[in-house]
Ligand binder design. Structure first.
Ligand code: ADP
Length: 170
């Protein structure tokens, strides 16, 4: 098992890391779920910073300071709406969220990063697909980072992520 990757059950707004990743929406306007919690804790300055970013396409990633969070920065990325039957390449779009978030973190030399289960709430990404893509992308990017933390909010998500991780053959 790679010790630099941790699966933790918790609330991402409490993490004292270089950067946390937000499951944002295309408008970068604080919404529900983890996005709402991050915007509430970071404060009004985050809303103002997000308004200047001109939105974010699905699979892309944009960075702001963390403002009142313990995390120094926030990377905002937008997961695919899994419930949208007309949307194609959903797995690729979800993978792009991770690829682009890691890219932005590397460009800013941020070495400790925490992710929520992107898309696995309101956007309805199945948790087994979330676990597969999230853990594989963590393994693909771990060399640069001191720590990658995968934060699960729900017991079932935590269980599923651990099962997938523990079944990998290193
Ligand atoms: P999306 O719209 O991308 O699905 P959600 O916020 O609805 O975003 O859910 C994404 C994931 O974040 C879900 O697995 C949800 O359980 C989780 N989540 C919600 N609040 C928090 C939080 N405070 N910390 C970490 N994860 C959270």
């Amino acid at each position: 098992m790679n010790k630099k990757i941790e699966i933790i059950k918790g609330d991402i707004i409490e993490f004292d890391v270089d950067v946390i990743v937000n499951a944002a929406n295309n408008y970068l306007i604080g919404g529900s779920g983890v996005d709402g919690a991050i915007h509430f804790k970071a404060g009004k300055e985050l809303d103002i910073a997000c308004q200047k970013l001109n939105g974010c396409m699905t699979g892309e990633a944009k960075i702001t300071p963390g403002f009142n969070l313990k995390a120094k920065y926030i990377i905002h990325t937008v997961a695919p709406k899994w419930y949208d039957t007309k949307l194609e390449n959903k797995e690729e779009l979800l993978r792009n969220c991770y690829i682009n978030s890691y890219k932005v973190a590397k460009e800013n030399n941020l070495k400790t990063i925490a992710f929520p289960c992107l898309g696995a709430g309101v956007y309805m990404v199945p948790i087994d697909i979330s676990a597969k893509i999230t853990i594989n992308e963590a393994l693909n990017n771990i060399d640069f980072f001191d720590k990658i933390i995968l934060v699960c909010f729900k017991d079932d998500d935590y269980k599923c992520y651990n099962e997938y991780f523990n079944n990998l053959k290193f």
